[in-house]
Structures are given as C-alpha cells and as structure tokens.
Design a binder for this molecule. Structure first.
Ligand code: SF4
Length: 874
C-alpha cells in the first residue's frame, strides 16, 4: 500500500496528512509527523477525512439545464455565453466567484483569465468573507499583505492574546500546540478576548467577554496605556515606523474608564490585561474571524498591529501580530490575486504593475482597475449588471450575507455556471451549467497556510466519473474563448512554475511575495516551505525593521473605535461561526456520521435569563428573524453566551435542515476599507416557535421530510437520524410514515401511544433489522439519540424494545457524543468520573480513550469532570 504525503483541505492551519488507500477501498488517514504545521497531529475533522470520500452526492458529469452533457458541449457553452455577454455588455458584465478551497494553481488560472484576458477584475472569492480585513490591515501597516510570524512563535511566547478566535474548535491543531507549550511552561499566559466563553477559554488565564466590536476600544486603550507607562521601543518607533503621534493622539482619549464603557468589561479586568501585555515582551496576538468579520474589522487589525509596533514586538521569536486564516488556501488566493482589489502576485493595480503583468502574461488587455468585491458583486447581479457568473467550489446561496437576496440574484442572472465536486448544493440548484470538479484526494497542487507555508496537495485517488481539476476546466474555457497560447497548460506543475516566475519577475526585493528560490524546483518532491524564499525561506518577517511601504517604515494607523453598539430593545446581536466537527456548508463533513454526532442540528446559544424572559425552554425551537430572513433552530440555553447576544453556527443548508441558513439573517454591511461583511453582528428578534409535536427518527435511508414543518437530518452509522416538528399534528400517522419513509403497503408498522403524555412511537422492521423508528412528543423528544442510532446497526431487534424508546441492558446509552474520534458519549465519560474515580482528562482518556486522539474534545471532558466535582461538593 502506497502512502501519499498531502495536506488537509479544511482550516488555515494546513496540517500535513498521510493518506494510504486500503485494499477494501477505504483510505487510512494519519497526521504527517514531518509536517511543520502539525508534527503528526490532526483534529477531529482531519482524522475523519477518509470518511468523506464516498461518491455519494458527487457530481460526476457535466450538466446543462439539469441534463447530462458532454464536456465539449458544456465548455463550448460556457465560453460562448461569456464571449457573447462580453461582446454585448462589456467585460465588466461577467464575473468569477472563487473560494479558499481552490488550489493555488486553480486560482492562478482563474485570475489570469479574468484579469489578464477578459480584461475585468470581477473575480472575488469567499476569502472576502474570511480575512479581507487582515489583508487590508496588513497593507495599511506594512505596505504588503505579509503575516510576520509563524506557528513556532505560539510556543515561544510568554503571553498569547487570542482575539475573536475560538482556536479550540476552528484551528484545533494550533490550539493543541499551545496546550502542549503551556503544559511545558506553566508560566505562559493566555488571554481570550471573545464575547462568548468558548471551549478555548479552557486554556485562558483571563477571559475578557468583550462587547461585540468592543475590541477596537480595548486595543486603542492598550496603545494609550503602553505609551503612558513608557512601555515603548523608541528606537524602533523612530527608525522603522511612521505615524505614531497621530495614532497616540486618538488613543489618549481612551482612558481605562472609557474603554470599560465601550467594552462592557470591568476596569480591573482591563487593567490586568494591559499590565500583562505591558510586562511581557514575548507576546503574540492571534486574531481571526471575530476581528475580521466586522464593519470595523480593518481598524481592529490595525489597532492590534499598532500595539506591536509601539513595543517593537514584531518579527522576532515569540512575538508579533498573527492573523490565522479560516480556509486551507485563503493565503494562496491572496498570493495569486484572487481578491478583486489585487492584481497578481501581491501586486496592486498600479500603472507599473499592470504594464509588468501584461508583459509577463503576453496580454494587452489586463484589467486597469479593481473589480467588484463579493457583496457588491452579488448586489450588481441583483441590479442586472452582472449577466454571467462562474462560481467555483463555494456556496454563496448559504454563505453570503443576505443569503436569500443572493439566491434571488442568482436565480435572475441570465447565465450561472457552478463548478463543484458536489451534486447537491443550494447554489448548484440555480446553475444553468454544472461542471464536475475533482475533490480532495484527486486534486494535485499547492496550498499556503496561515504561516506563509506552501505545501503540496497530492492525489491518491483517480477522479471519479468525468470530474476534472479546476485548473483544467478554466484553461479549457479560456482556450475556447480564443486565448489558446496563454492557457495551454498540461499540468499543475507548469502553472506553479509560471506563478513562481511571476512572483520573481522584475522583483528586486520591493515586493514581499517572492518565490525566486523555487524557480526550477521539482514540483513533485516539493517540501513544505515558507515564502518569501530568495535564498532560504523566511521564517519571520520584519525583524530587521524593513517594511514594504515607500519609505520602508511601518505605518501606525489612527483608529477611532466605533460607538458602543446598543441594539433596540427586543433585538439580539447575532454572532455566527463554526462548530468543532463541521466545515463550511457540510458538503464533505456532512458525509461522516461521526462528525455529525457532536451537533446534529442547527442551534442557537442563548443566555438563560434571555431564554426565560422570552419563555424559550431548553431544546425547544426558536424562530430568529429580521428584515432579511428567518431561521428556526434548537434552543441551547447556556451562560457561555452574553445576555443580549445569540450565536448560531454557519454550516446548515437546505440540504441538511428546513430553516438553518443563518446567513440569510446577516445584513450585507461591510467594512469600508476591506469590504468584508460583518458576519458576526446582525440584529435579530427571537421568539419561541409554537410547536404542536416534536419528533426524532432514525432510518436506514434518507426520508422525504417536506410534510413536517421543521426538520434536520444527519448521517448516522447504518443510515440517517433526524429531528422533526409539526405545527399541526398529521391527521393520519400511518399515511405520513409510509409517504415519508417510502414504505410499501405490505410492510407492517408497529406503534405505541402513551395517552397520558401524548407520546407516540413507531417502528418498521424487516428480519429483525430496523428500517425506521419515529418518536413524537408534545415536548422535545427525550429518547437517547445515541441509543436510537445504535438500533440502525443492531440485529435481532425486539419491536417492543424499539417502541419503548429506552436503552436496555443489552444496549447501554453512551449519551451525546463528546469525543468523535472514538465515539465516546457523555454518559460513558460521566461513568468514568463517578464510577471509576477519574478526576483528570488524562484519567478519563485512559479509561475510555476519549480525548486521546485529536484532543479537540478535551475542554469538554474537563467541563464534565468539573460539573461532577461541583455537584459532589454541593
Ligand atoms: S487543524 Fe484540523 S481542520 Fe485544520 S488543517 Fe489541521 S487537521 Fe485540518
């Protein structure tokens, strides 16, 4: 069996993966011990990669208007429609919307086609939703989009400040590296700045539950505090920066008392944080979507960078501002120019750069100005200005703000092309042409992670059906549009070589993105390496105080914090984000049963007092709405959430839930500098849903659920599981079940009714195996989900036991899954704590295996241990 060295396709950590296809068709996955991002670690998502590779739901053939087509017909049609649209309405009437899922080679070709040959810069990407504010902040401060530090800095730091970053779930391997470093150096401190008390708080010595968008004020106040107390690096500031006076002038108006008002934090907590920051030279400030996804995201980034510039803590081991990206190749997209406001290879739309890139590409039709950024692009489509769009490897119908309006804009667009590996996406539904793209394990190329490290993604599976790599698809369309010579690529290695050459082209060191050292490199054997690489890779940038601004000095940016945000009475601030085990719109992680076991349904986290005030009970359904849309989600009542704030995960689509598309509720308000939307700050109303009956089912096959008023479905071992609700009770239960589960008339259905409670149960079996079981109740159904899921793989079932809905001695209930690597439930962990005396996470791991693989669940295990300790003490 051959093992392939590749890279995880999910988050921006960019972990190395060893993939080994097995004789039975499965693929064994392990962390690459030699990859400098993870040194062998993987998180729950990475560990389950082998379970996402089935062909179920794959788009295997090109389609035109829903009918199978040949590649020739589909490619000719795309080329012809783009050409005709450009001829009639000009180059700015067409657009490409790409993704941080694309490999650098795919991105490069798409960018070259749009900006270099179509002559429009209307190519933007879902990375606009992820880290555009970091790009803008970097460019304002450094003159270039450069991440100064690396992951090792997180282990060398004495203080790590995590801002708007749930590293424990969103970048779990980085989190584990910090956990290990902190265990080795107990004096290392971690501060978490986040409105929510996320699992990342488990490693925090100080959690600052800052008011949404209060982080600008917190860092502006820190700048003033540092200056007031003489914690500055005068020589560095004088010799290597500009603009400190102006930034400090604004900051002086932000004493701690004012910061406290703007942030909702106590003066004591703020002072403690400021003192730690002031006293600790080796400080890294890590920030991600909580900073970027804001209408003032760019200012937040610069407020953070200002503090590092004032103290000279940048570019040296264990210190610096550090943006961690959400997606596997957000950085690669930035490198090639995948954002509408960047030209290529980190060059902007200056006359010199346009002329240089035109010469390099052999084109006299290079776009002269930036194009439409994501929110503006779909708004222009709604107005009829964009008449043909090509969407690659992303799902804007779910992920864009005001997602219902985006769906309407796409539905009205005269020509929509979608390239995707998945046949079932909400965006694919509105496409005129669907093109089957190769997926992870089949693709061949490079990605760049958050520390500027370029790694190879290598194929270990043949592309199924007629699926093709994205670079090939784009090149074929480009050739059919008449640009044959410029797109005559036969391999990703050729594209990478051209990308490398462009980065080095007339680059005398004035541009940060420089791959000179990779010119002529053997693509196949490329090892993970950091850019810029002239003679040797640069582990850190700016340590010598040389920046990419015209005068070579870093720039302070005066930041005026936004006024405190006071929602109208009855409104909640909606925060959106990720859960531990799912990725984006679940087209891949949704295939793995064990990744769906942690959270199998969309939910809203709401504070207990807010829930009580609204008469929202635990596990009931909640309707969230505003002018843009509606979502119905399960109530998760928790004091992790601030009062007045709610949190809903971003992952659920129409493929997995009836009303789970939370971005339909997010206003398309953007940061004025970066144009990144404020995905963490919508305003919504919340109310309980008047449910007549709740339901829960397990079934061997996916049922049709449109006759329920609410549903959510997830993969389970041996079938599917789902949650249901009805506003009116179905008149004929047998008819409902036979229709939903497609049961033949001949099959017998068992049922039971508890007239006192109104609870019903139904079971359909054949030869002692379960086909479907449904439990309904006027209250949220109490049946153990894990026990019921276990019925799908059990033999010789007793129908009365299934109807009873209670675990018997033969099938104990492990409870809700906490450790998805080993499918260990909360009841099993609790039993280890109470029955076997386990008082540490390690002891629980030794008893149950929970938390012993990826470690992503260790904070939750600690929470269970603590809860039992508290209960025992009372
Ligand atoms: S942390 Fe997890 S999701 Fe992110 S790259 Fe590593 S294995 Fe993949």
């Amino acid at each position: 069996m051959t093992t392939t060295r590749t890279t995880c396709p999910y988050c921006g950590v960019g972990c190395g993966v060893l993939a080994t296809p097995q004789p039975d068709g499965s693929v064994a996955i392990a962390g690459d011990p030699d990859h400098p991002a993870n040194f062998g670690r993987l998180c729950s998502k990475g560990s389950a990669l082998g379970e996402t590779l089935s062909l179920d739901g794959r788009l295997l053939h090109p389609e035109i208007n829903g009918a199978r087509a040949t590649w020739d017909d589909a490619l000719n049609l795309v080329a012809a429609r783009f050409q005709a649209t450009i001829a009639e309405h000009g180059p700015n009437s067409v657009a490409i919307y790409g993704s941080g899922q694309l490999l650098t080679e795919d991105y490069y070709v798409a960018n070259k086609l749009m900006k270099g040959f179509i002559g429009s810069a209307n190519i933007d990407t879902n990375s606009r939703l992820c880290m555009a504010s970091s790009v803008a902040g970097h460019k304002r401060a450094f003159g270039s989009d450069t991440v100064p530090g690396n992951y090792e800095d997180l282990e060398l730091a004495d203080l790590i400040v995590l801002v708007g970053s749930n590293l424990g779930w969103c970048h779990p391997v980085l989190y584990q590296r910090i956990v290990a470093a902190k265990a080795a150096r107990p004096d290392m401190r971690v501060v978490l700045i986040d409105p929510r008390r996320t699992v990342t708080a488990d490693i925090a010595d100080l959690h600052l539950p800052v008011q949404s968008d209060g982080d600008s004020a917190l860092f502006v106040g820190l700048l003033a505090h540092l200056s007031r107390n003489g914690v500055t690096a005068p020589a560095f500031v004088t010799d290597h920066t500009s603009g400190a006076e102006a930034a400090l002038l604004v900051a002086e108006d932000w004493p701690i008392a004012r910061v406290a008002t703007a942030t909702g934090l106590s003066e004591h907590a703020i002072t403690l944080f400021y003192d730690w920051f002031a006293r600790t030279e080796k400080t890294v400030t890590v920030y991600s979507q909580g900073v970027n996804q804001s209408a003032s995201g760019s200012d937040k980034v610069n407020a953070i960078i200002n503090c590092h510039l004032l103290t000279g803590r940048i570019g040296r081991p264990g210190m610096g501002p550090f943006s961690v990206t959400g997606q596997p190749n957000a950085m690669g997209g930035r490198e090639v120019g995948g954002l509408a406001n960047m030209l290529a290879a980190h060059m902007d739309f200056t006359p010199e750069a346009i002329e240089r890139v035109g010469r390099f590409w052999g084109s006299d039709n290079v776009a002269q100005n930036p194009g439409l950024k994501a929110v503006d692009l779909f708004a222009a489509m709604a107005r009829g200005q964009i008449k043909a769009v090509w969407i690659m490897a992303t799902n804007p119908v779910d992920s864009m703000p005001e997602a219902d309006a985006v769906r309407a804009a796409l539905a009205a667009c005269p020509f929509v092309v979608v390239s995707d590996m998945s046949a079932r996406t909400d965006t694919g539904v509105v496409a005129h042409v669907r093109l089957p793209a190769a997926g992870w394990g089949e693709k061949n190329g490079t990605v760049t992670n958050s520390e500027r490290r370029i790694s190879r993604q290598r194929p270990f599976l043949a592309a199924p059906g007629e699926a093709r790599p994205d670079w090939w698809i784009v090149s074929q369309v480009a050739q059919r549009m008449g640009f044959d010579a410029a797109f005559a690529y036969t391999s990703p290695a050729e594209i990478f070589a051209e990308h490398t050459a462009l980065s080095a082209f007339e680059n005398d060191g004035a541009r940060d993105f420089d791959l000179t050292g990779l010119l002529g490199a053997d693509y196949d054997s490329l090892t993970p390496t950091q850019w810029p690489i002239r003679n040797k890779p640069a582990a850190r940038m700016f340590g010598a105080g040389a920046f990419y601004t015209p005068d070579g000095k870093a720039r302070f940016v005066p930041v005026l914090p936004p006024p405190p945000f006071a929602p109208a009475p009855g409104s909640f601030i909606l925060n959106t984000g990720r859960v531990r085990d799912h990725w984006h719109t679940m087209t891949r992680t949704g295939k793995a049963a064990r990744l769906s076991a942690h959270y199998a349904e969309p939910f809203v986290e709401i504070h207990p007092q807010d829930a009580e005030a609204l008469n929202i009970r635990r596990a009931t359904l909640v309707r969230l709405n505003n002018n843009h849309g509606t979502a119905i989600v399960r109530a998760l009542v928790t004091d992790r959430q601030r009062r007045g704030h709610v949190f809903v995960p971003m992952h659920w689509t129409d493929q997995f839930a009836s009303h789970g598309r939370v971005d339909a509720l997010v206003t398309a308000k953007v940061d004025p500098v970066s144009a990144q939307p404020a995905l963490k700050m919508a305003l919504v109303h919340a109310e309980p849903v008047a449910v007549r009956l709740y339901g829960f089912f397990v079934a061997a096959h996916r049922p049709s659920l449109d006759t329920s008023d609410y549903w959510a479905i997830a993969e389970a071992p041996g079938g599917v599981r789902g949650e249901l609700a009805w506003f009116e009770e179905p008149a004929d239960w047998e008819a409902w079940l036979r229709s939903a589960f497609a049961l033949p008339d001949t099959i017998r259905m068992l049922s039971a009714l508890d007239t006192r409670s109104g609870r019903r149960s139904f079971a359909v079996m054949a030869d002692g195996k379960l086909i479907a079981a449904l439990y309904t109740s006027p209250d949220p159904v109490l049946v153990s989900r894990q026990w019921a899921v276990g019925l799908l793989t059990a033999d010789k079932l007793d129908g009365s036991a299934v109807l009873a809905g209670r675990p018997g001695a033969d099938m104990p209930d492990s409870g809700a899954i906490v450790c998805s690597c080993f499918s260990v439930g909360i009841n099993t962990i609790a039993a280890a704590v109470t029955g076997q005396g386990c008082t540490t996470v390690e002891a629980v791991g030794a008893c149950t295996k929970a938390g012993t693989n990826c470690g992503s669940c260790r904070a939750e295990i600690r929470g269970i241990i603590d809860a039992h300790r508290l209960a025992a003490a009372e």
